[in-house]
Design a binder for this molecule. Structure first.
Ligand code: SF4
Ligand code: MG
Length: 337
């Protein structure tokens, strides 16, 4: 079947204006050519260090930002190019769960108001119908119906995130961007919220883009995982393959810092410390965006940007080590374990 979500060469460049006359002097290339697909009912994990552009991917997909270029096909419509009215009609089917439930809930609104807000906007239901739906949603996310008229400050962090999830579900979306939905929560309740998201996915057939800097969290949640670096995807592989044998040098370094529960794998894994800092997304390196820090850098890497291509069945990697261009110009033989 065709994937529910198809992102093609998505770019989100934020203009930089400087000086007294606010001249446009450059662009922050927060997302600089990102492509992936998600099958219906599945989860794609999107991981990377803070500032790599992963949240911007999610926000741009849902048109919270106006994309600079690219296509975002969700359930047959190219969201990136929908005119305003069509976009408004599309909104119910694609929603977002935010990182900080405290900041994303209006403190002056009750739970009932918060969760039913999308219903006011997108349905012409009666008050009673909306309230009925609110109760139904509260049941789904595990909030006691007695809480319906309480305000956000009367809830715990975990409960507030349940409210955020209920609101996201109000209009029966098919696709949800979960942007670090548990990062702001106590460790003790993180697992509860993750389990809830998994249960809801199964019951409601939801498709997730799950954004996280926590690689061990994404491992069991996502069938496939995309590793982002400086606005681009370095590797996109099935979760099991990525975690047992990362192919891209950046993915390898990132994963080397993750606690490996499998003792056999842990023994084989050596910690890779990267030199230097992530370059500015306003001025990324010309060739491979990882070339300033890559332990395996070759001459070609400094001039030619590697495309994300399938190098093994189901595994996409953007690295010259795995392409003909890389092996002909390589100073050492490409490493293929
Ligand atoms: Fe390293 Fe070159 Fe591969 Fe980039 S293309 S990750 S610099 S080997
Ligand atoms: Mg973020």
């Amino acid at each position: 079947p065709a994937p529910l979500v198809q992102v093609q060469d998505l770019k989100m460049h934020f203009p930089i204006y400087t000086g007294l006359f606010r001249r446009h002097t450059g662009d922050v290339k927060a997302v600089d050519g990102v492509s992936f697909q998600i099958q219906a009912g599945q989860t794609l994990g999107l991981v990377g260090e803070s500032g790599c552009g992963k949240s911007t991917v999610g926000r741009t997909m849902l048109r919270l930002y106006e994309p600079t270029a690219g296509r975002v096909i969700i359930d047959g419509d190219d969201v990136a190019s929908l005119p305003p009215e069509a976009l408004r009609k599309k909104r119910p089917s694609m929603q977002m769960v935010f990182q900080d439930p405290q900041a994303s809930l209006n403190p002056r609104m009750t739970l009932a108001d918060i969760v039913s807000e999308p219903l006011h906007e997108h349905t012409d239901w009666t008050r009673a119908q909306k309230l009925e739906r609110v109760y139904e949603l509260m049941d789904q996310v595990g909030l006691n119906r007695r809480f319906v008229n309480r305000f956000p400050h009367e809830f715990s962090g975990g409960q507030r995130q349940r409210i955020g999830i209920a609101r996201a579900l109000a209009l029966k979306p098919r696709f949800i961007v979960c942007d670090e939905p548990i990062a702001a929560l106590d460790v003790s309740i993180q697992a509860q919220v993750v389990n809830l998201l998994e249960d809801l996915q199964e019951k409601l057939g939801l498709t997730y883009l799950f954004i996280s800097h926590d690689l061990s969290m994404v491992r069991h949640l996502a069938q496939r995982v995309a590793v982002m670096y400086l606005g681009r995807i370095a590797e996109l592989s099935p979760s099991t393959d990525l975690y047992s044998r990362p192919l891209h040098p950046y993915a390898e370094a990132l994963l080397s810092a993750v606690n490996e529960p499998d003792p056999e794998l842990a023994l084989r894994r050596k910690r890779i410390i990267l030199k230097g800092d992530v370059p500015s997304p306003a001025n990324p390196p010309k060739g491979c965006n990882f070339c300033t820090r890559c332990p395996k850098v070759m001459d070609i890497c400094k001039t030619v940007k590697p495309d994300l291509v399938e190098v093994e069945p189901g595994r996409m990697v953007a690295c010259h080590l795995y392409t003909a261009a890389g092996s002909t110009g390589a100073s050492e033989a490409p490493e293929r374990k």
